[in-house]
Design a binder for this molecule. Structure first.
Ligand SMILES: NC(=O)C1=CN([C@@H]2O[C@H](COP(=O)(O)OP(=O)(O)OC[C@H]3O[C@@H](n4cnc5c(N)ncnc54)[C@H](O)[C@@H]3O)[C@@H](O)[C@H]2O)[C@H](O)CC1
Ligand SMILES: [K+]
Length: 546
């Protein structure tokens, strides 16, 4: 599934209307009807008692009319009364069309305009005239109007105040309306995006509509995929409104992609269900070399190594400080162990280990460095030697990322020819980018894309809704996963998983995208297996679920 920024959406809109000639009024009609259909579907679920307690924050596409929501007849919604909050732009126009279709399905509707309706221009003004011609009841906002509507029996709200044309935090009566709508505790269906959401980054202004459902028009907006926007959006349903799904020429590379089984296959050429040839052997499936672990963090190495095996790598060698070796012997029998020389016996790494590591790598396909590495004297010389000397795909994680940041390696060291995957969590990303963590989280997609393009690396910016950014500017967002995965070692597992996929011949972007997708799925499966409180999930459970 593709996802666009508001600027890309405007360009696609313009192309559809001006280049292809699809009338804007037709798009608005389809948009409003789609929103009305989703409101009716919501009403049906609620009436039949099938409404989940909370939104699952899912993102799905639905074709017009294919959700089995034949137009409801009057008696099906006897007590429904929906309040439509109408902004002055085309988002408001969508709301007016929605109101008309709801009224036509004999749902009682009330219009609440954020501004004098006469100020609605263009398509929205036309829709206001139509609503007036139909005598749909409407009023201009005054303080307390939402509560008053609720006392008149309103059962739900459509938020058609602000869409992709919003700039900055909601102002004046728009802000008051958003606050009153949220305070009403009534279910809110947002048109295109919740008003108050930054459609590009997923940051939410104060105030921002907390929607039960967001009916997103034409293409998924990137801001709906990132928290806190993903929470404000509730369940996102992307609806086709007549804009060709084939992007205008020259658009494909820039537009983001939501990772699904079909986009992994279609956009990335990954076959999630790939089968193995009968005559495969260990060598067929690659050999991972892992430089990881230190005295107090030996487990990180074990987790990463085991995950690489579970990912399907034929062989895995774990290079570790010599002092650790006796303690992990046999922990994972399938593992090969290589004592890294230069260990002063303290179970720590040492710059002298780099040449040994490069020698080991000559007979292996991928190097992953970082899980549990720890910080040590000469760490920058060590990592620089590996960074510049390793002729293989390199996965850099955890402390190796901190060393890279501290040495300003991305700028100071020579650019790698072979594929490089960095897997920072927001804190590590902040150090790499010289920002605060809050600044990283404020625009995850934009930052990740810019960083990957600038440094020619594949970047995996972890966290809920992990972002994978390719060196060519493409961006992928992962929606698999579970809060129970926020546990020590989860990142080590991902590093091993990605390295294992690289060893089997996936390219950097494929391995990173498929890796985060599988990691999240395994986390969901492991969490479900702990039917009690999934918070008790351990990173090792994720490996077993792979
Ligand atoms: N995706 C599609 O193909 C279609 C989308 N449609 C809908 O159109 C809106 C975008 O409409 P636009 O007129 O560009 O802007 P908005 O309706 O989002 O409203 C902006 C409107 O509000 C004022 N405003 C802007 N920022 C603020 C603020 N912070 N506080 C208060 N007021 C603000 C500004 O003056 C503008 O006039 C899209 O989301 C879809 O819902 C089409 O209807 C169908 C095709
Ligand atoms: K809206």
């Amino acid at each position: 599934m593709r996802m666009v920024t508001s600027e890309q959406m405007r360009a696609i809109d313009r192309h559809a209307i001006e280049q292809i000639g699809i009338p804007a009024v037709a798009l608005m009609e389809n948009a409003g009807r789609a929103i009305a259909e989703e409101v009716l579907a919501f009403c049906r679920l609620r009436r039949e008692g099938r409404l989940p307690e909370h939104p699952a924050e899912t993102i799905r596409e639905r074709q017009a009319g294919t959700n089995g929501e034949e137009r409801d007849s009057a008696q099906e919604h006897p007590a429904e009364h929906w309040l439509i909050l109408v902004g002055k732009g085309n988002n408001g126009g969508d709301g007016l069309v929605c109101a008309r279709h709801l009224a036509d399905a004999d749902v009682q509707v009330s219009l609440l305009y954020a501004e004098e309706p006469e100020r609605l221009g263009g398509e929205a003004g036309l829709q206001h005239n139509i609503a007036a011609a139909l005598g749909l009841p409407g009023e201009v906002y005054t303080p307390g109007a939402v509560a008053a509507a609720r006392s008149r029996g309103v059962t739900g709200i459509v938020d058609a105040l602000l869409g992709t044309g919003a700039k900055g935090a909601p102002r004046g009566d728009y802000a008051s309306l958003i606050r009153e709508a949220n305070e009403s505790r009534l279910p809110i269906v947002a048109a295109d995006i919740p008003s108050g959401l930054d459609a590009d980054t997923g940051m939410v202004h104060d105030p921002c509509i907390q929607a039960r459902i967001t009916v997103c028009l034409a293409f998924l907006k990137t801001g709906l995929t990132q928290y806190p926007g993903a929470k404000a959006a509730g369940d996102v349903i992307v609806r086709y409104i007549g804009i060709p799904r084939a992007l205008p020429p020259g658009f494909a590379a820039e537009v983001g992609v939501l990772l699904t089984e079909e986009s992994l296959r279609g956009e990335l050429g990954v076959d999630p269900g790939r089968r193995r040839e009968a005559d495969g052997h260990k060598g067929t499936y690659g050999h991972v070399l892992l430089a990881a672990g230190s005295l107090t963090m030996s487990g990180a190495g074990l987790l990463a190594a085991k995950a690489a095996l579970r990912a399907g790598s034929g062989l895995v060698t774990w290079a570790l400080p010599e002092a650790l070796l006796p303690h992990v012997l046999g922990a994972v029998p399938e593992l090969m162990l290589a004592p890294a020389t230069g260990d002063p016996g303290a179970g720590a790494w040492n710059a002298a280990a780099a040449p040994e590591l490069l020698r080991l790598l000559a007979a292996r396909d991928v190097l992953a460095v970082g899980p549990g590495l720890g910080r040590f004297l000469g760490e920058d010389g060590f990592l620089r030697a590996v960074w510049e000397g390793a002729p293989r795909p390199l996965v850099v994680d955890a402390d190796a990322l901190n060393v890279l940041a501290a040495a300003n390696g991305l700028a100071a060291w020579q650019r790698r020819e072979a594929a490089t995957i960095l897997t920072p969590h927001p804190g590590e990303m902040a150090r790499l980018a010289g920002l605060s963590t809050a600044e990283v989280q404020r625009d995850r997609i934009g930052l990740a894309r810019h960083f990957a393009l600038q440094h020619g690396v594949t970047l995996v910016l972890k966290g809920a809704r992990t972002v994978v950014a390719a060196p060519d500017g493409r961006v992928f967002v992962n929606v698999t996963g579970h809060p129970g995965m926020a546990t020590g070692g989860s990142g080590d597992v991902l590093t091993g998983l990605i390295a294992g996929l690289l060893a089997q011949g996936l390219n950097a972007v494929q391995a990173a995208a498929f890796g985060v997708y599988l990691h999240g799925l395994a986390g969901e499966r492991a969490a479900a297996a702990r039917t009690g409180n999934p918070a008790s999930l351990l990173a090792g459970d994720i490996i077993e679920a792979l």
